[in-house]
Design a protein around this ligand. Structure first.
Ligand SMILES: *[C@@H]1O[C@H](CO)[C@@H](O)[C@H](O)[C@H]1NC(C)=O
Ligand SMILES: *[C@@H]1O[C@H](CO)[C@@H](O)[C@H](O)[C@H]1NC(C)=O
Ligand SMILES: *[C@@H]1O[C@H](CO)[C@@H](O)[C@H](O)[C@H]1NC(C)=O
Ligand SMILES: *[C@@H]1O[C@H](CO)[C@@H](O)[C@H](O)[C@H]1NC(C)=O
Ligand SMILES: *[C@@H]1O[C@H](CO)[C@@H](O)[C@H](O)[C@H]1NC(C)=O
Length: 416
């Protein structure tokens, strides 16, 4: 049966030593730019980060639609009764027990208004909003945040460490002092929603508060191998990122006020083998490593489903946990199932069958495709399962994505 995404141990792997303060606290001129490093994550899309003094480790889900990294904080009981999402209090972040913790107040920091283009003044408070982050200076001078109704609490800062246990380099530690994140006191996303074991989310957007911005990297890349080949994958950050060369470059669309994803591109159509299904003229697709299953707008989803049924032959379609599933003859190989191609600008992106199809039983399989709901802000999302065996590079300052089909596992093993 298709089960939830596996939960596995995490290790951080870094190749360089870097110590710097958060970009909010000093100027850039005199700054050590981080060199490249590898940030491992498991197929459940978690990374492990270390925060505070003394240090504590947290498992955070990669998220390229939330602008703020956040953790559940202890105490987390200032609101209605559903605020605490982690029942094990020892897994919550507690600023009082960290000597490097600092609350962010509105008076000694310009952070609260800084990040919000659309500041409006309500009486004695200032609210700012982007599609997924709103900040509010409270009368008591603390900076309250709310991200996409997942989590609300206070902006704080503490020391962030990314450490390595695999590199043979002696000093494999990256330290960001004054890393700004959300201390969640009201959390509506439960660890179960994220597959279990999650203490919060790490922001991979281009926002000032994202991990990328605070590490001062504008490039990252990943090359995901199928989870059946082993659980650990890597995000390459900074100079370790692979980008350019003979990769196909696709300019990102500008993000609109309402789009919650950071990286999206035009989607011209989808093909199953040779059969082409046109999407709407204005269709776009978000590329999101933090989403596992690929999501399609309902009309396109139905067409793909219908075409899959035609091409597979006599079959029964059913759904398991929203996944599109089919019966087949016994023992049909995944490699022989229809190939799905996304038509992007100037480039056809062939989804790897290793990522697209999951065996459900000897005579059935599921496709890693789900139907968008009407509430989903972005109708089409190319998730991690659809990115398997592609090198995907992001240049967040030039706003370009780069793609190249690869055998990611072979490439990484050979490359290290
Ligand atoms: C805000 O002021 C407090 C008290 O002076 C200080 O400890 C803290 O580091 C300051 N925080 C920032 C972000 O400037
Ligand atoms: C602020 O919001 C208004 C509409 O509410 C919008 O037209 C404007 O573009 C926004 N400004 C910025 C800088 O995002
Ligand atoms: C705003 O602050 C002033 C002084 O701090 C206070 O007298 C007033 O009641 C506040 N107004 C609101 C709407 O909270
Ligand atoms: C285009 O969008 C309209 C309205 O959302 C929908 O009814 C139609 O089926 C879509 N066409 C395709 C090809 O997806
Ligand atoms: C993409 O595939 C279509 C056929 O589905 C073909 O006509 C087109 O030339 C291909 N585009 C590129 C850039 O290879």
């Amino acid at each position: 049966m298709v089960s939830s995404i596996p939960h596995l141990l995490l290790i951080l792997l870094l190749f360089t030593v870097l110590t710097h303060n958060s970009s909010f606290e000093d100027d850039f001129s005199n700054e050590q730019q981080p060199n490249g490093f590898f940030l491992p994550f498991e197929s459940n899309l978690y990374v492990e980060i270390t925060i505070g003094t003394p240090t504590r480790n947290f498992n955070l889900k990669l998220d390229s639609s939330t602008h703020l990294t956040f953790l559940e904080c202890d105490p987390c009981d200032d609101g209605d009764e559903h605020q605490c999402s982690i029942s094990d209090t020892t897994r919550r972040y507690d600023g009082k027990s960290s000597t490097t913790f600092s609350p962010i107040s509105c008076t000694n920091s310009s952070l609260c208004p800084l990040l919000s283009p659309n500041a409006t003044t309500h009486d004695n408070t200032t609210t700012t909003t982007t599609s997924s982050l709103s900040l509010l200076c409270t009368p008591s001078n603390s900076c309250r945040y709310d991200v996409s109704s997942f989590s609300a609490g206070y902006l704080v800062s503490d020391t962030l460490q990314l450490t390595s246990s695999i590199t043979d380099q002696e000093n494999s530690l990256s330290i960001v002092r004054g890393f700004v994140f959300g201390c969640g006191t009201s959390n509506r996303v439960t660890p179960e929603d994220d597959g279990g074991g999650v203490d919060g989310r790490v922001s991979l957007t281009t926002h000032h508060f994202s991990l990328l911005s605070q590490l001062r990297v504008t490039r990252f890349s990943h090359c995901l191998w199928p989870s059946s080949a082993g659980s650990r994958n890597y995000i390459r950050l900074g100079s370790a990122a692979e980008f350019g060369g003979d990769m196909m470059l696709v300019p990102m669309l500008d993000t609109t006020e309402t789009s919650s994803y950071s990286y999206h591109i035009p989607l011209l159509g989808i093909s199953l083998e040779e059969q082409r299904m046109r999407s709407n003229e204005t269709s776009t697709i978000a590329v999101d490593i933090g989403t596992y299953y690929t999501r399609l707008e309902a009309s396109l989803y139905e067409k793909v489903k219908e075409e899959l049924m035609t091409q597979i032959g006599p079959t029964v379609a059913y759904e398991v946990n929203e996944l599109m599933c089919f019966t087949t003859e016994v023992g049909l190989e995944i490699e022989s199932l229809p190939i799905v191609t996304l038509h992007l600008q100037g480039f056809n992106f062939t989804i790897s069958n290793k990522g697209l199809y999951l065996r459900d039983s000897p005579s059935s399989f599921c496709t890693a495709l789900v139907r968008s709901t009407t509430e989903d802000e972005e109708k089409n999302v190319l998730g991690a399962s659809g990115l398997v065996d592609y090198l995907v590079g992001y240049d967040t300052s030039d706003r370009v994505l780069a793609f190249q089909q690869r055998d990611c596992l072979a490439d990484f093993v050979d490359g290290i």
